[in-house]
Design a binder for this molecule. Structure first.
Ligand code: DHB
Length: 304
């Protein structure tokens, strides 16, 4: 463990500031173990709800220029079915953050309580899925609904609660403010950007659900701007997410205000080595620049 990279986040200790983003390989104990072995500082699970869900029919993922477009429809086995997977991961020393969703504040709170009883080290509220009706971004676009969900969850659990925000709003800083006022311990910025693609020969939307969420390098500048906005609005840690594929990207997010980052789509492009290569790169950068730890560069771009 390189001391320079150890990251304290809401009372959790991460060996380095990289985390697996929600929705990618975070389903099974074995896939999460391989992410831990690959060097991630923490793991976020696929979003789990109260009941099992099949999700949307195929096609659910399409490749577009500079990114992936997906609309899976939150397929998951339900929070209760997840207990075995979590149990197996408890002794790895790597924090497991359970991503949860719900269709009301009461449902969010129930899933949150169950996740904590099963051993979640922290929760990430998915209030930002760009295309699921009544859950997801419909909550994250409405400041009072967002505050209600965060407040209900905070009343019921004693673990850190991260709130993952959607970029599909006019003022993400205001949404972060509402979440923090209601008790959010950290803000994850951003979830995918609502998008679509159409096949020109057939005139058909490519995704079965028509609309989906765009991830990957195409959205990185949107995410960096969102992190910058959130950092200057609220006084809790910001977790950067969106299009990270290199250590330079991670440093950029940190300069904008991120204390840690999440990596998802890049795993599809670059494989699991990305966690170690990014970690090595940040460490070399800090050393070369004479910084003792990551904290020294978080938010540095705000001085200009
Ligand atoms: C899905 C959920 C998300 O939060 C997201 O950003 C993209 C897709 C889904 O399961 O469909």
């Amino acid at each position: 463990m390189t001391r320079r990279l150890v990251t304290e986040l809401c009372g959790l200790e991460l060996a380095n500031p990289t985390m697996l983003a929600a929705g990618i390989l975070g389903y099974t104990e074995s896939s999460m173990k391989s992410i831990i072995e690959a060097g991630a500082g923490a793991v976020v699970t696929k979003s789990l709800g109260l009941e099992p869900r099949n999700g949307y029919p195929n096609p659910t993922v399409v490749q577009v220029d500079c990114g992936l477009l997906n609309a899976m429809g939150l397929p998951n086995p339900g929070i209760n079915y997840f207990s075995e997977e979590l149990k197996e991961l408890k002794n790895t020393g790597v924090p497991i953050i359970v991503s949860i969703y719900g269709f009301s504040s009461k449902e969010f709170a129930k899933v949150a309580e169950t996740a904590v009883s099963l051993g979640a080290d922290a929760l990430e509220l998915n209030v930002s899925c760009p295309h699921v009706e009544k859950g997801g971004a419909e909550i994250g676009c409405d400041a009072s609904l967002l505050a209600e969900v965060v407040g209900e969850v905070k009343k019921r659990v004693d673990r850190p609660v991260f709130v993952k925000l959607t970029p599909n709003v006019a003022d993400i800083g205001a949404m972060a403010g509402a979440a923090v006022e209601a008790g959010a311990d950290a803000i994850t910025a951003i979830n995918t950007v609502k998008a679509m693609a159409i096949e020109v020969e057939t005139a058909r939307p490519l995704l079965a659900n028509k609309f989906g969420g765009l991830s990957g390098p195409a959205i990185k500048p949107i995410a960096v701007r969102a992190v910058y906005d959130v950092y200057r609005t609220v006084d809790v840690p910001v977790i950067g997410c969106g299009g990270i594929t290199s250590w330079q990207d991670v440093v950029e997010f940190m300069l904008a205000g991120a204390s840690a980052v999440q990596i998802g789509t890049a795993i599809a492009y670059k494989g699991l080595d990305i966690f170690k290569s990014v970690t090595r790169g940040i460490n070399t950068y800090l050393k070369k620049k004479g910084y003792k730890n990551i904290k020294e560069i978080v938010g540095l771009a705000h001085k200009f």
